[in-house]
Design a protein around this ligand. Structure first.
Ligand code: PBG
Length: 378
């Protein structure tokens, strides 16, 4: 084979046009067909085009070739299914803005956890939907609060067969819907919130969470959670830090999913979508405070941040394909405007390609089913 960029022979170097070869190794053609039906090449034909030497399309000819050279693959063990559990629910309740996703009862949650273990998923991320809320989110630290009850139920059901993770944030439990407690001025009080997170982390670990995911974007949250866990003897509890979490419109359906009480926005604690360098700072701080994994959220609009993070850190990187990303694909597919399965497979593949080791996705069970069946509908 002639390496690209090298002339085929001395004559080509001297007179590429009449010889039919160029200095980059390609062969000239005039674009017309010769008597044998093949493109005419060489200097005698009035050259206007080129026959390429490098033909990347060769590797795309058959499904088997494409499979052979595919750079990014997925495994069910890299997928985490976020799940919602509603206090007092006897049966699952549909979430209208997230077709196919439900608020679970404890029974249906247990069944889903068993299905996740059978499917070989990497984890389940639990969110609680309490009946009562208050200013400090008491339900979050109450051992009988719905999230802690659900953690015990799931851990009891699957043990360590699937990694049990807990969202560590107050927003589902506060009557104002913010991720922290409010100061007298009505603003989120960072340091008072940290004390609640410390307590919440210990309650979640005691309830059976193998992983806690602080998601409130308070400064210092990873450090205080790590310290609190260690002091309570939970040195094996993993901290998955929502390190670069943006103030995103794509959380819209999630707010339905957890019956959010929020009025206003989270722009004083979540990141401005315009900022990339700031994410590097957030990630570095979380790693320095002891994060075992770092997460970027949302995923698809922030793949530059995923790639930056993967290049910068030596801990595993997760990305959260959020409720709005899910809802967009489902809604477009329901209209027949998009091929649902291909859009899902493409979304998850691209998140992994950008550098995420772990993907949180509401499609985790379905995607794991495809992978187990040897089918990936790209
Ligand atoms: C906060 C939290 C949110 C999500 C996960 N954890 C919502 C928010 O920050 O407003 C969003 C997840 C999604 O949209 O799928 N506890």
């Amino acid at each position: 084979m002639v390496p690209a960029g090298r002339p085929r022979d001395a004559r080509a170097r001297a007179d590429p046009v009449s010889s039919g070869a160029t200095s980059d190794g390609s062969v000239w053609t005039d674009g017309a067909l010769g008597a044998d039906g093949a493109p005419r090449t060489g200097g005698a034909v009035g050259v206007v085009g080129a026959l390429p030497v490098a033909r990347p399309r060769r590797l795309r000819r058959t499904p088997a070739l494409r499979r052979l050279v595919r750079e990014t693959r997925l495994d069910p063990g890299q997928l985490v299914l976020p799940v919602f559990v509603r206090e007092g629910a006897q049966t699952p309740t549909a979430i209208p803005s997230m077709p196919g996703v439900v608020q679970h009862s404890l029974d249906s949650l247990r069944a889903t956890a068993a299905a996740a273990a059978a499917a070989g998923l990497g984890g389940l991320m639990l969110f609680g939907v309490p009946l009562a809320k208050d200013a400090v989110g008491s339900g979050a630290t109450d051992p009988d609060g719905i999230l802690n009850v659900a953690l015990r139920a799931v851990a009891g059901e699957v043990g360590d067969a699937v990694t049990v993770m807990a969202d560590l944030c107050l927003d589902e439990f506060t009557d104002h819907g913010h991720c922290g407690v409010l100061g007298r001025d009505g603003a989120v009080d960072n340091d008072a919130t940290l004390l609640r997170y410390a307590e919440m982390a210990v309650a979640q670990a005691a309830a059976g969470a193998a992983v806690v995911g602080p998601s409130g974007m308070m400064d210092g949250q990873v450090g205080i959670v790590r310290t609190a866990l260690d002091q309570a003897g939970h040195t094996d509890t993993v901290v998955l830090a929502y390190a670069a979490k943006y103030a995103s419109a794509f959380y819209g359906p999630f707010r339905d999913a957890v019956d959010s009480s929020l009025v206003g926005d989270r722009c004083t604690y979540q990141q401005d979508p315009a900022n990339r360098r700031e994410a590097a700072r957030e990630v570095a701080l979380d790693v320095a405070q002891g994060a075992d994994l770092v997460m970027v959220k949302p995923a698809l609009g922030y793949l530059d941040v995923v790639a930056d993070t993967a290049a910068a850190v030596d801990v595993p990187v997760a990305a959260y394909c959020v409720s709005g990303e899910y809802a967009m694909v489902e809604a477009a597919a329901a209209h027949g405007w998009i091929d649902r399965e291909r859009a899902i497979a493409e979304s998850l593949t691209c998140i992994r390609r950008a550098g995420a080791d772990v993907v949180l996705t509401y499609w985790a069970l379905e995607a794991a089913g495809w992978l187990t069946a040897g089918r990936w509908p790209l």
